[in-house]
Design a protein around this ligand. Structure first.
Ligand SMILES: NC(=O)c1ccc[n+]([C@@H]2O[C@H](COP(=O)([O-])OP(=O)(O)OC[C@H]3O[C@@H](n4cnc5c(N)ncnc54)[C@H](OP(=O)(O)O)[C@@H]3O)[C@@H](O)[C@H]2O)c1
Length: 290
């Protein structure tokens, strides 16, 4: 969220830093890497991380970036703490001074953020874990005071970790259920495919290699050909053939309805968590432990 014309703070106070990353965990670090790779000078970003060991780790990994325990005045604050820590962390950042907020905390509504920081532009985002590899998809939604320019700036930040789409905040629970939790559904399919390969007599190592590369290859086919998944599936499903035999089983057991039911359950849970942001809420597919 950068704009080359830094606001003046008078002669006594130092200029605020451009970007304050609040929470240097997995997602905060991924965004930091993206921002630096995108050309933001290391002297223009500060990371606030309360865990001392993590501060040392981040400082060593990113020479030139200040990693501190308490917030400093900043123009843009990127909220990357767990949802349950957002209010406290933002109170402290607002006390230090801030002009805009971009939050990736799952299930924390813009209204809750505005209640802490006041009438400043807030953009809420829902990324997913492939962002850690720069292959994420993030949906962004504006709060009451965010303009199109604020969304443009938020999008520029988040593009550093993958694709970005814009939605109304009312759709973020559905987005969470599809792309936030979605990687876990693919992993679940991979787990079962690997187990099925084992049941057919393949070794664990071979089954694992076959499944990983199959998922990667299928994902690349969807992404790089741009073809509809239904067409890609039809292209490998000869009538009376092996794939057709498998798909008939999936359909007989109601695979499509089951997927729909699962995604509806995830969206319902996202809405429940949004009503009172849980400390555990993570956007669905966050890895446990660092
Ligand atoms: N991972 C995902 O796929 C994903 C997807 C969508 C959204 N999100 C959202 O991204 C956010 C971050 O997730 P994550 O996986 O990166 O979590 P994480 O690894 O636990 O990182 C959060 C970091 O913030 C630190 N922290 C907490 N309160 C603080 C404060 N007041 N000041 C400074 N630092 C503070 C934590 O320190 P401690 O370790 O001491 O608590 C921790 O290092 C979450 O809100 C999650 O909902 C994640």
């Amino acid at each position: 969220m950068s704009d080359p014309s830094s606001p003046s703070t008078g002669t006594s106070a130092p200029d605020p830093v451009e970007v304050l990353v609040l929470g240097g965990g997995r997602m905060g670090a991924a965004l930091l890497v993206g921002l630096l790779a995108g050309g933001l000078g290391s002297d223009r970003v500060v990371v606030v991380e309360r865990d001392g060991a993590r501060r040392a780790e981040l400082g060593a990994a990113h020479p030139g970036v200040r990693v501190v325990a308490e917030p400093v005045a900043a123009r843009d604050v990127l909220v990357c703490t767990k949802p349950g820590d957002v209010t406290t962390a933002l109170h402290d950042a607002a006390d230090a001074g801030l002009a805009r907020v971009l939050s990736i905390a799952a299930g924390v509504p813009t209204a809750s953020i505005e209640a802490v920081v006041g009438a400043v532009p807030v953009v809420r985002a829902m990324p997913n874990t492939p962002a850690l590899l720069g292959a994420g998809i993030t949906a962004i939604a504006p709060g009451r005071h965010a303009t199109d320019a604020d969304l443009d700036d938020a999008e520029a930040v988040l593009r550093s970790v993958g694709q970005v789409v814009r939605v109304d905040e009312a759709h973020l629970d559905a987005v969470t259920a599809v792309s936030g939790s979605g990687p876990a559904y693919v992993y679940l399919l991979a787990e079962h495919l690997r187990a099925a390969a084992g049941a057919l007599g393949l070794s664990v190592g071979l089954a694992d290699t076959l499944v990983r590369q199959t998922v990667l290859g299928a994902a690349r086919m969807m992404s790089e050909t741009g073809e509809d998944p239904a067409d890609l599936r039809a292209a490998v499903t000869s009538p009376g053939g092996t794939t057709a035999a498998a798909i008939a089983e999936f359909e007989r057991e109601g695979f499509g309805a089951l997927v729909e039911q699962a995604v509806v359950a995830a969206a319902r849970r996202a809405a429940e968590l949004g009503g009172g942001a849980s400390p555990e809420s993570d956007g669905g597919d966050a890895p446990r432990g660092r």
